[in-house]
Design a protein around this ligand. Structure first.
Ligand SMILES: [Zn+2]
Length: 233
């Protein structure tokens, strides 16, 4: 027995939550592994009677109440029960903590390799579009992040800005002959605003499109038309 820690093992935490959720079900064998994921990920499944939990090692140092909150979330999902709001809130608050986010960013940077294709596509060159938008809307003052096309064609995620890799990625679906240039410019402009106006974290809440963001977006010439074009894509 490890005598310096009176802390319960992760297995004991899952056993405790399991017994509360399923008081009449015999306790299965429980295995909790911490894995080298690039994100704060966790998975749970029942496999031949054993409960297998895999958690990103970035969460290994989380306080006991956070581990327990995660256990509630995972086990509730597994048994299709509503997640207790307090558990959700506690876990989110932890992930939103400045030091925790900072650490996750560092881990992501070190481990995750960003999958993007070169900025010069078949029909649009993102580096050139960026500099034009930079000149027109940002006085040419925005430092150019890494720009690239997504390796996969996504219709639902047309663009995103990844702060941990300082990369703007646009969906390759936009790099097509029949995509109007205005539509591509708008998606890129929107992501440039994400670079300019970082996500605000406020306790458990996360605001991606802040008031300042939305105001700045109105400056885009042809905003309505661009949005309409994207809807028809
Ligand atoms: Zn956005």
């Amino acid at each position: 027995m490890n005598w310096e820690s009176s802390k319960p093992t992760p297995e004991a935490i899952y056993a405790r939550v399991f017994e509360e959720l399923r008081p009449r079900t015999p306790l299965p064998e429980i295995r909790v592994d911490f894995r080298r994921y690039a994100n704060a990920n966790a998975q749970i499944r029942l496999e031949s009677g054993a409960l297998i939990v895999r958690i990103a090692d970035t969460l290994a140092g989380a306080p006991e109440d956070v581990q327990e909150a995660l256990a509630w979330i995972l086990l509730s999902k597994l048994f299709r029960k509503p997640i207790p709001p307090a558990a959700n809130d506690r876990y989110r608050r932890y992930l939103n903590r400045r030091d925790v986010r900072k650490n996750l960013d560092l881990v992501r940077q070190a481990r995750g390799r960003k999958q993007v294709e070169a900025p010069k596509g078949q029909h649009f060159d993102l580096d050139i579009l960026f500099e034009e938008l930079n000149f027109r809307y940002f006085f040419g003052l925005m430092a150019r992040p890494t720009l690239g096309w997504s390796p996969r064609v996504s219709r639902t995620l047309l663009g995103h800005y990844d702060p941990s890799h300082n990369t703007i990625v646009l969906s390759k679906i936009l790099d097509a002959r029949n995509t109007p240039r205005l539509a591509v410019e708008y998606v890129l402009f929107h992501e440039m605003l994400h670079l300019r106006y970082p996500v605000e974290h406020n306790g458990a809440r996360r605001c991606v499109h802040t008031r300042a963001f939305k105001d700045a977006e109105k400056a885009f010439e042809g905003l309505r038309e661009a949005k309409a074009l994207l809807r028809r894509l």
